[in-house]
Design a protein around this ligand. Structure first.
Ligand SMILES: [Zn+2]
Length: 514
């Protein structure tokens, strides 16, 4: 079977999802998981966008060795130079340059003629080729571009050195038949097309991203771009797990395979959901909580007699384990370490010590600690930004009663090392708690979004909270975990404030460093 290459853009296109804001350490953990999953290429970010983006791409490029790391650049020398700087330590770098080719984008956004777009693309692909072995060129808004113009442009950028040609459905507008025909047209009308890989990149605005991707594959695309869980701008990108599993299950129909380790899919999905706060709907294909649950009696009966009656995918195929091994109070440090290794996560002695301490605290309250709990504890430690002076929660108490006014008392440690305390009221527990914390922190704060979820099942499950705050007019996200929902909520709020502090500190450094 021939191989379809998987280009993951969770950290670039996915990170552009509204409300998603990953820090460097979180991006790195996702990158390592993508390496375990076995993607062929990962797009780590857009280095020219900001110092923070640059640093994140550099950290990933310095760490990831077994997957090609790429970064996005406009067709500008500064962008390509910046990407080169960020990617110079990775063994298999690739640059991804893009320019819009549709009449509407060229006229209104770029204010360039088609000839200028052609000239600029060729010039910058040549410039990029002098620095990178692999140059991917994207025709932004390809699906609303004129095919003969696009064909001529593709021929020229391949001549200039492009090794991958991407034809994105940037606005999620195309249909399977139309998108397939476009790939076929380019295959037939670009004389040097065999010197480059053809890539598809679909958005899901009309719910057709997966169908469009499969149509592109049937018509000559050899690379698929997408994200884990399908996160991304607006309605998101195609979900890579859907494409990979569809190719596997319907290999009879498509005749292609990917290099993905399918049993790493669930872990990848969970990690991305956990760190972005973009939880997966229960009925989502492949990774949804209900994707393998059979509810109706007739279905259950059939599955018991022969699983294939109603089950086309086994949960094991994508790493959904039914028999989680529990650890408890008596599990020692050695067993905990084995668990960390089983997840494939590398941790320093210091990090293990810290995670193990949290594990022990958890076993005081929770009899059976699951894999999901432990993974959550590990990720808490791995993604913590320890370098900054920050707020920490010391103690809090909330008094709630249906007849009483809800009151919260909170004591915080400040970045300056003081301990401050106050009390305030609210209509409910979370409101009282948040009001009290807000009173202690002198910035202008507004709560934009609040979520609470449980990790796994059971009434003693860990709680995981995500918040989005506006601090001094800047939107920041925060994430918190604890056994109690209020404590998780408090942690998430304080985490968001700390991220604001980190952002402003980083900006100050940028100014100092010029
Ligand atoms: Zn996109």
């Amino acid at each position: 079977m021939s191989r379809i290459r998987i280009f993951d853009t969770t950290l670039r296109d996915g990170e552009q999802s509204p409300g998603v804001n990953l820090n460097r350490m979180e991006k790195l953990e996702i990158a390592k998981q993508l390496e375990r999953l076995g993607v062929d290429v990962m797009e780590a970010g857009f280095p020219a966008a900001s110092e923070g983006d640059f640093q994140a791409v550099k950290l990933i490029a310095d760490t990831i060795k077994n997957v090609s790391v790429t970064a996005l650049a406009r067709t500008r020398k500064e962008d390509i130079d910046r990407a080169y700087e960020a990617l110079k330590n990775t063994p298999n770098p690739r640059i991804h340059v893009f320019l819009a080719t549709s009449p509407i984008h060229m006229t209104y956004k770029l204010k360039m003629t088609p000839e200028q777009v052609m000239e600029q693309s060729v010039k910058m692909v040549k410039y990029a080729k002098e620095r990178f072995p692999e140059v991917e060129w994207s025709a932004e808004d390809a699906t609303r571009s004129e095919w003969p113009f696009l064909a001529e442009l593709i021929e020229q950028v391949i001549e200039a050195g492009a090794t991958v040609i991407n034809l994105p459905d940037t606005v999620g507008y195309t249909t399977p038949e139309e998108y397939g025909k476009m790939f076929k047209y380019m295959k037939e009308n670009v004389p040097n097309i065999d010197r480059a890989d053809l890539s598809c990149h679909c958005h899901n605005d009309l719910g057709m991203a997966a169908a469009n991707t499969m149509a592109a594959i049937e018509n000559g695309a050899t690379q698929v771009e997408g994200t884990i869980n399908g996160i991304g701008e607006r309605a998101g990108n195609v979900a890579l797990e859907e494409v990979a599993v569809a190719l596997k299950i319907r290999g009879d129909r498509y005749g292609f395979e990917t290099g993905l380790k399918l049993d790493e899919i669930k872990r990848s999905s969970d990690l991305v959901a956990k760190l972005t706060g973009m939880y997966v709907q229960a009925n989502k294909a492949i990774v949804g909580r209900n994707a393998y649950a059979h509810e109706s009696g007739i279905h259950q009966d059939g599955v018991l007699k022969n699983a294939e009656t109603y089950e086309i995918i086994t949960p094991e195929l994508v790493g959904v384990s039914s028999n989680t091994l529990f650890m408890g109070k008596h599990s020692g440090r050695h067993a905990f370490k084995d668990k960390v290794n089983a997840f494939g996560v590398e941790m320093s002695e210091e990090e293990i010590k810290s995670a193990f301490k949290n594990f022990k605290t958890l076993t005081d309250h929770k009899r059976e600690v699951t894999d999901d709990d432990i993974y959550t504890l590990i990720m808490e430690v791995k993604t913590e930004q320890s370098a900054i002076e920050k707020y920490t929660l010391q103690t809090f108490q909330v008094n709630y009663g249906t007849q009483n006014i809800t009151t919260a008392t909170v004591s915080l440690n400040t970045p300056e090392g003081e301990t401050i305390q106050t009390a305030a009221t609210g209509n409910g527990s979370v409101e009282a708690l948040y009001r009290t914390i807000a009173e202690l922190i002198s910035y202008d704060q507004k709560l934009l979004d609040y979520q609470i979820n449980s990790v796994g099942g059971g009434k003693d499950a860990l709680a995981e909270s995500h918040v989005q705050l506006s601090v001094e007019g800047q939107a920041v996200n925060g994430r918190g975990t604890a056994q109690d929902v209020l404590e998780a909520s408090a942690n998430a709020y304080i985490n968001a404030v700390n991220r604001y502090l980190l952002k402003t500190q980083a900006t100050k450094e940028e100014v100092v460093n010029g």
